[in-house]
Design a binder for this molecule. Structure first.
Ligand SMILES: Nc1ncnc2c1ncn2[C@@H]1O[C@H](COP(=O)(O)OP(=O)(O)OP(=O)(O)O)[C@@H](O)[C@H]1O
Length: 354
């Protein structure tokens, strides 16, 4: 069942369209990440879902209930949504327990029930025992946990998170991401999460929706978008891309300056079609070879891997290898067996016209 369906919505500021006919579906207990460049409309979409911004067209349904439109408009506090922001938005004059209790107080008058629920959610976010502290006495990561506890206390069905990890230092960030992800999964909460960071998106989301100027370019599992992008825009946004000119030889191979390359899956273009083969730095392999087809131009040791620039058949390719090569100039460049991603020139021309 869908936790949220957004169907053909339009939003504008001062008559200028920011979202124009955008559709998206978030399944129950699914974490959807909105990823995209600054200003492409991610926060606008969150605000529209939360009911903080009017929608000029289209439908938004939360758990099959329409929440916008004449006669159907549901106010933000009745949408059963939890919101978490980049700057935590805690009340500085309230302690942790009071901050967390805040949203529940308008719905529940029994103080003992509120206290028990505050303790429960503080336990969930690993802050048990810190209820008496004030926000300024907590680290950034702890403050964000308080914000999460405050959002959880009303048992939301849907959580909206707007760049929640960007103020958290790198050491703590991946741990917090993994904890919050497990928490949302355990509690059966669906979520939409906005970020600029592809690493956060990969680590936190079940699905990515990659935005491009108010529309969604591609939506799917992070690995699918990374390994099988439908457009060069998606490929380039999600990681380093090498492009090699190629012609389709048959349904399972391409002819390229690196030779004929076999694909582990069928290529969806006619034999003879010209275009570009996408190769990620990890999809190229290097071996030392005096008579090899490539020449190392530059190496950068980056800890977990080494970035290597190689000149091969007139192309400059970026290859990711584990350890730096010894000082050899010549290498053999080959392509690791995989399902090739091929962008036909014709499809790109059609996209440009559209
Ligand atoms: N209140 C507003 N009034 C006028 N224009 C606005 C307003 N809020 C946002 N915009 C414009 O709408 C566009 C989309 O903004 P939005 O905040 O949704 O982008 P975003 O993708 O979340 O960006 P960022 O990643 O920088 O937060 C931008 O061009 C922005 O300048």
């Amino acid at each position: 069942m869908a936790a949220l369906t957004i169907d053909d919505i339009c939003c504008s500021y001062n008559g200028k369209a920011v979202l124009d006919g955008l559709s998206l579906r978030v399944e129950s207990n699914e974490i959807m990440c909105l990823l995209g460049a600054s200003g492409c409309g991610k926060t606008t979409l969150l605000k529209a879902v939360a009911g903080l911004l009017p929608v000029s067209g289209g439908d938004i349904c939360i758990n099959s209930r329409k929440v916008n439109g004449n006669g159907a408009a549901v106010v933000p506090e009745e949408r059963n949504i939890g919101m978490i922001f980049q700057d935590y938005a805690l009340f500085p004059h309230l302690n942790v327990a009071q901050n967390v209790a805040f949203g529940l107080q308008s719905k529940e008058s029994n103080k003992a029930v509120i206290r028990t629920r505050v303790d429960e959610v503080l336990e969930l976010v690993n802050l048990a025992g810190l209820g008496e502290r004030y926000p300024h006495q907590l680290s950034g990561g702890q403050q964000q946990r308080v914000a999460i506890a405050r959002a959880l206390i009303c048992r939301p069905q849907l959580m909206l998170l707007d760049e929640p990890f960007s103020n958290i230092d790198t050491q703590v960030r991946m741990r917090l991401i993994s904890e919050i992800r497990s928490l949302l999964k355990e509690q059966g909460i669906s979520a939409i999460f906005v970020t600029h960071s592809k690493e956060e998106a990969f680590a936190f989301a079940d699905k990515l929706a990659l935005f491009r100027q108010g529309h969604i370019e591609q939506v799917g599992r992070p690995q699918t978008l990374y390994q099988h992008p439908q457009t060069p825009f998606v490929a380039d946004f999600l990681g380093q891309s090498n492009y090699v000119p190629a012609t389709v030889h048959d349904s399972h191979s391409l002819q390229t300056p690196l030779g004929r390359i076999a694909s582990l899956a069928a290529i969806s273009a006619e034999p003879g079609s010209e275009g570009r083969l996408l190769l990620r730095p990890r999809q190229l392999l290097l071996s030392e070879a005096e008579q090899g087809n490539g020449r190392v131009l530059e190496q950068q040791f980056l800890g977990a891997h080494t970035r290597c620039l190689v000149e091969c058949q007139g192309l400059t390719l970026e290859v990711s290898i584990n350890e730096p090569l010894p000082a050899v100039a010549n290498v053999q460049v080959t392509v690791a067996p995989h399902a090739l991603t091929f962008f036909p020139d014709e499809a790109e021309r059609r996209r440009e016209v559209a």
